[in-house]
Design a protein around this ligand. Structure first.
Ligand code: HEC
Ligand code: HEC
Length: 436
């Protein structure tokens, strides 16, 4: 298909309306961010003060040096120590289970088109919900928020395993256990109260709001401003090519792009400039880890159906953006594959890949008390059959050359500046707690 390929590859530079390729996003596609809110958000993002036991920050699971994620299939939350695969467990406060899903990367979430958050979309822009954003049960927004991203950032602080800690350990965890989230004395208010007692934070918020006391919504606004600014990443070879630099990508990457947006049908789901339709699809990834309390034994994860209650959504997960995908392994909602080639091959025949999955593909920290339960689901034929039955991706025959070209194209989605970020990691944070 040599001739077809070179013609298609020329289309964007010719500016034809029927180009199968998207346009490179511009700053106008993003929510505006204010430098002072970004500065505040940067401090909060790296500050363990948001955790009930002051022992884990957003950055622990979304670290810039690890592609804004944590390089593990399933994170170890509060109670563990260290970053990424070096994260270890001390006897005191050891996590009771792994976090059931993979920590996703945070690239480009400040773009206006990102209106659905989480692997199952349980936070999303929705006119019928309070303040226009759907939130999980019993966690309604107290005040309007600027975006779904801003609303999302208020939830990790309420998760016992992620940040809040467990009942008996601190007042925030106690409030969460009693489902006291909103209002005075609720978990969100207790977090804001801790921040109000730190003059640097109190002064910044007073200055930014014309004298208001810190409220949890200010925390979300600041965190989303920081994420939206810091992790905007649009200088990949792909972007440069789309903007007219005809030599920005290699011949093999161009061939892969043509397959991706054409014959290989990747863009059926990975559409648009960020390679996502923001929709939900079942592609049969092998499930492991503690699960989300679904199925007969609790180790299943029903994905989008957990939110909609609709059987048609069983095992559907949100199509991830593929920006900077070379930096964000392991892949999938539970980090089932550690290499790009392996997750791409999974797509070519999902049911075969599911039933022959080798658990050594997973990257799980060794924790003696957790390891035994990790792969229970994969030994449960009925659960595996259910995942297989939901798969909506038909097998597709690609040559080895095609697969190599597609993987080469995926590497062209990496922005060389992504690893350093824009503002980077702060040396210190207002609480005085240690920055990782
Ligand atoms: C213990 C690890 C951990 C910590 C700490 C953590 N996260 Fe996450 N984060 C995750 C996981 C896992 C998910 C996916 C959960 C899901 O989809 O059910 C996630 C999802 C997200 C998302 C959604 C991204 C998307 O594309 O849908 C955002 C945004 C986010 N986290 C920001 C934050 C912020 C801000 C903080 C600090 C307040 C934080 N996270 C703390 C692990 C963590
Ligand atoms: C039917 C929709 C659909 C099609 C077609 C599709 N994908 Fe996916 N892809 C998904 C979904 C959904 C996920 C996440 C699944 C999960 O988390 O369980 C995913 C995950 C991925 C990931 C992992 C990204 C990450 O950060 O975890 C890569 C890489 C990927 N797809 C590449 C491709 C390529 C290359 C093609 C074409 C050969 C393709 N996909 C075709 C829906 C699709």
């Amino acid at each position: 298909m040599g001739k077809f390929l070179s013609l298609l590859a020329l289309l964007p530079t010719m500016g034809l309306a029927q180009s199968p390729f998207p346009e490179s996003p511009t700053p106008a596609d993003f929510h505006e961010t204010d430098a002072e809110w970004v500065t505040l958000g940067r401090q909060l993002f790296f500050d363990p003060v948001l955790a009930g036991n002051n022992n884990i920050a957003c950055a622990t699971c979304h670290h810039p040096s690890l592609g804004t994620a944590d390089a593990m299939s399933l994170s170890l939350g509060e109670g563990a120590q260290g970053l990424g695969q070096e994260r270890t467990v001390a006897a005191r406060n050891a996590p009771k289970q792994r976090i059931p899903r993979n920590a996703p990367a945070l690239w480009n979430l400040g773009a206006k088109e990102f209106v659905v958050m989480f692997h199952d979309g349980r936070v999303e822009v929705d006119e019928t919900s309070r303040h226009g954003i759907a939130m999980p049960n019993n966690r309604p927004l107290e005040r309007p928020m600027p975006s779904a991203l801003a609303a999302q950032t208020l939830l990790p602080m309420l998760s016992g395993d992620e940040m809040a800690g467990h009942p008996g350990e601190n007042p925030i965890a106690d409030a969460v256990a009693k489902e006291q989230i909103t209002g005075k004395g609720g978990a969100w208010d207790l977090i804001a109260e801790e921040l109000r007692a730190i003059p640097d934070y109190a002064d910044q918020v007073a200055w930014l709001t014309g004298g208001e006391d810190i409220h949890i919504s200010h925390v979300g606004q600041a965190l989303s401003a920081f994420i939206g600014f810091e992790f905007r990443s649009l200088e990949s070879p792909f972007d440069r090519y789309l903007r007219g630099e005809s030599d920005a990508m290699t011949a093999q990457q161009l061939e892969g792009m043509t397959l991706f947006y054409g014959e290989a049908r990747c863009s059926y789901c990975h559409s648009g400039p960020f390679q996502t339709d923001h929709g939900f699809h079942a592609i049969g990834l092998p499930q492991f880890g503690p699960g989300k309390d679904d199925g007969a034994y609790g180790y299943a994860d029903h994905g989008r159906a957990r939110v909609t209650g609709n059987d048609a959504d069983l095992y559907r997960f949100r199509t991830p953006s593929l920006r900077n995908v070379t930096l964000t392994a392991p892949y999938g909602h539970n980090g089932a594959y550690a290499s790009l080639e392996a997750i791409v091959r999974h797509h070519l025949d999902p049911i075969a890949a599911l039933t022959t999955y080798d658990p050594s593909n997973a990257k799980l920290a060794e924790v003696a008390t957790l390891t035994k339960a990790d792969f229970k689901l994969l030994k449960d034929s009925l659960e595996v059959l259910e995942i297989a039955a939901a798969v909506e991706l038909a097998p597709i025959a690609l040559t080895e050359g095609d697969i190599n070209a597609i993987v080469a194209f995926l590497t062209a989605l990496t922005d060389p500046n992504a690893k350093t970020g824009r503002l980077g990691v702060p040396e210190r944070v207002p609480s005085g707690l240690r920055v990782e």
